[in-house]
Design a protein around this ligand. Structure first.
Ligand SMILES: C[S@@+](CC[C@H](N)C(=O)[O-])C[C@H]1O[C@@H](n2cnc3c(N)ncnc32)[C@H](O)[C@@H]1O
Length: 249
């Protein structure tokens, strides 16, 4: 039998098609699954990301923000709501994910909605000019991008000099006891609950695999430096279950 799950392909295009097909399948139940699987903690992690973006802007500066892998707009809406003067380009390669978030966009109200532009596009080939955005965010999206270095380089290309790339991503919880419990949760419990909520066990086994395979913070720090980012930082959240990485152009 042919393995058509994301990550099974060496070609970028085939990987992308498989990733988008997977997110298309889970899109209608994506938000519900997120809240249940993270016990609601993902909401606080995203808030930390948004606070970091707001803090990195100088008073009075232009605030054109690119939210990569925007999904159902959790981060895009928070950016538009909480950062005065922000305009958010919400890019995702899976149109059904953007469509699944449409109701949230409407409920967010006219102010936030008028400050978010949804764009179907690939983070590896952004339809944007060099140095055209003032900040880039990606929350739980980077580990789906292959090759990762191309995505980092593309984020660097579109940022204005001085702009900051903010990455929120799962980590590999290194402490002994919580690391062990986390691994059991990730590999045994999470795919099962994911299957109950979305009907798609493969998608949540894939999530567990990509979290396990995602590089350690020190490695990602080096990758960010290698494509030109400076002042690179990595902040542990919840004992390393998630990380906030930043790099300045
Ligand atoms: C786990 S979801 C994260 C969504 C959202 N950022 C959040 O915090 O809930 C990952 C998203 O990445 C998108 N994605 C994967 N590869 C992508 C790529 N190369 N370019 C743009 N989006 C991509 C998927 O379609 C999916 O919506």
């Amino acid at each position: 039998m042919t393995n058509t799950s994301p990550g099974a392909f060496s070609s970028t295009a085939k990987h992308q098609v498989a990733v988008s097909a997977m997110f298309e399948r889970i899109a209608p139940r994506y938000d519900t699954a997120n809240r249940i699987l993270s016990f609601g903690v993902d909401v606080f992690w995203r808030r930390r990301l948004v606070r970091g973006v707001a803090a990195a802007f100088l008073p009075g500066s232009r605030r054109r923000i690119l939210d990569l892998a925007a999904g159902t707009y959790d981060v895009s809406i928070a950016l538009a709501d909480r950062i005065p003067g922000a305009f958010v380009l919400a890019v995702d390669s899976c149109l059904p994910m953007l469509q699944a978030g449409k109701g949230k966009l409407i409920r967010a109200g006219g102010y936030a909605k008028s400050r978010i532009a949804p764009i179907a596009g690939d983070a590896l080939h952004l339809p944007m000019n060099d140095a055209s955005v003032d900040a880039v965010t990606v929350s739980f999206g980077l580990r789906n991008m292959f090759p990762r270095k191309a995505a980092l380089a593309e984020a660097h290309r579109v940022l204005t000099p001085g702009g900051v790339f903010h990455i929120l991503e799962f980590g590999a919880a290194k402490c002994r006891i919580c690391g062990g419990l986390y691994t059991v949760y990730l590999t045994r419990i999470l795919p099962y609950i994911g299957w109950l909520v979305t009907g798609d066990k493969e998608a949540y086994s894939y999530l567990a695999r990509t979290v396990r395979d995602f590089p350690a913070a020190a490695v990602l720090t080096e990758e960010l430096r290698a494509v030109g980012f400076q002042e690179v930082t990595a902040r542990r959240l919840w004992g390393g279950i998630a990380y906030l990485h930043t790099g300045k152009k």
